[in-house]
Design a protein around this ligand. Structure first.
Ligand SMILES: CC(C)(COP(=O)(O)OP(=O)(O)OC[C@H]1O[C@@H](n2cnc3c(N)ncnc32)[C@H](O)[C@@H]1OP(=O)(O)O)[C@@H](O)C(=O)NCCC(=O)NCCS
Length: 169
């Protein structure tokens, strides 16, 4: 089965929307926003965001393809202009293609892109009940930080910060 990972293209607003909604539908507990809120966003929102994720130096989305079909994604972004302060977010792989290393290759692509932007430390927030994602990031070399926060859209849930040092690349 042929696999590709590529940065999203400016004309892929529908693909971005579709993958975000598939992730939210399949693993709602893993993500902050609610499916209905994201589904209600207007076309203009997706067109603006895909342009940004396709060409910005502060933010990028990478898509996973199997046999030419989009089946997963990873987001990467810098917060403000702080080169020490970057995040991986919106990680999702279609369940059919899990446990084959695809998620790891998506994270690797995103972390290398952030490192090219000059980032030294990459963060990922994971809700504490998502033991799969915690294990996943730790396997990839992320380390649990003592920092915790309430999940922005579900304050009753706690998130754990995982940190990756790009010197390990
Ligand atoms: C987390 C996720 C992206 C992992 O994708 P994936 O393609 O299965 O990941 P990989 O195959 O690259 O897994 C790499 C390693 O992570 C660990 N891992 C992944 N899934 C695991 C699971 N269900 N249980 C235990 N360890 C797991 C393993 O060590 C695995 O290596 P191995 O298969 O050789 O043992 C995927 O499970 C997913 O989309 N989950 C739902 C959304 C989500 O939770 N996103 C994260 C939000 S913070």
């Amino acid at each position: 089965m042929q696999e590709q990972i590529e940065r999203i293209h400016p004309d892929q607003a529908d693909v971005l929307r579709d993958l975000r909604l598939r992730g939210l539908e399949e693993a709602p507990e893993a993500f902050g926003p609610r499916y209905t809120d994201i589904a209600a966003r207007p076309k203009e929102y997706w067109h603006q965001h895909v342009l940004h994720y396709a060409s910005s130096q502060d933010s990028a989305t990478f898509l996973l393809y199997r046999n030419g079909k989009p089946v997963g994604m990873a987001g990467a972004y810098l917060e403000g202009s702080r080169r020490d302060h970057a995040y991986i977010c919106n990680m999702w792989v279609d369940p059919t293609y899990r446990r084959g290393g695809a998620g790891g290759r998506l994270v690797d692509t995103a972390t290398r892109w952030l490192a090219e932007q000059g980032v030294e430390r990459i963060n990922a927030w994971v809700v504490e009940t998502n033991t799969t994602a915690l294990r996943f990031y730790e396997t990839l070399g992320f380390v649990r930080d003592k920092n915790r926060r309430q999940m922005p859209s579900s304050p009753e849930a706690q998130e754990i910060l995982l940190v990756f040092d790009t010197a390990l690349l």
